[in-house]
Design a protein around this ligand. Sequence first.
Ligand code: TPP
Ligand code: MG
Length: 353
Amino acid sequence: MNSQLRQALASGEIENSPIIDEALDLSSFSSKELIDHLTSMIRIRQAEVKIAEMRRDAHIGGPVHLGAGQEAIAVGISAHLRKSDRVFSAHRSHAHLLALGSDVRKLFAELLGKSTGLTHGMGGSMHLWDQPNGFYGSVPIVAGTVPLAVGAGLAAKMQKTGDIAVAYFGDGAAEEGVVQESLNLASQLGIPILFVCENNFFSSHMHISQRQPIHSVARFADANNIENEVVDGNNLISVNAAAGRLISQSRKNNVPGFLEVVTFRHYGHVDWREDIDVGVNRSASEVEKWKSRDPINRLKSALIKSKTLSENDLANIYNSVDSEIKSAWNLAVSDPYPAEEDLLRSVYKEVRK
Ligand SMILES: Cc1ncc(C[n+]2csc(CCOP(=O)(O)OP(=O)(O)O)c2C)c(N)n1
Ligand SMILES: [Mg+2]
């Protein structure tokens, strides 16, 4: 699987490759684990659908970068994390945060600029933080958190906690020099960190074929002697298994690991539109093709086919998640805005004597 995917990426033929349409092999998971994973993915999707609608209708004031279609990655990886691990992300981070068990209401409140939000309504979608759940932060500076994660991993090693750091970043971020420096340092110093590159083929509106001679990012891990795997990011089972292997090595041996997950986002770069025909090669048929590989539908079908889940169970999951999302939104809407005297809290300012 790994080598076939690498080859398909290298030849630029990945999008037509049957490898990323393989059926899910559920055999090494309990029914409970699988249903929990499916529920977590559905919760993330429904939260983002709500965010998209509320942004479109101008209830949310700031830009949002949605990751619908990429949920299997965060859910598959988070299954191996503990609360004391140190997870960093960037502009497209809702799934990374929520998969750790973060409160949807606090995320909504943040997007609405409310004082109950994850950063007290001061940050919005691109400045999230939830350290009690292991989320050390996201910032919009592309690749900006990758060296921070390396530092957090080094701290965990020095503190001998057995914890690891996780750095989520995109294929576009991998083109920033600081990612190369981070890989080098993590390898050289033996730092327990999982680098996760979500290769969705786009950096903003530019396709990887316009930016890179080879469409796989894992070659940068090879160059730094870092153990790496390339997997179908829309297959929860593959992501979970690969993350499990790399994370346990990191924890045990204080080494970095690198996971490249091949995926696609359903929405466009920013906000609720699909970015079709805006002068980039992201066509309606391409989006449709990737939607047919929806990670949630793939897991759902496998669970129904194996009789792990009935249609009725599935409807119950959707009903319960939908009412959770609805109530989280209503509570966030009724939450207060920060008080005026709090506006400069947590902000560096010049103090005149
Ligand atoms: C240092 C820096 N350069 C450029 C930008 C503008 N920008 C925001 S997101 C983005 C694309 C990032 O692509 P990728 O890393 O693949 O993540 P994706 O959006 O696909 O999840 C760019 C260029 C930025 N925020 N920071
Ligand atoms: Mg990308």
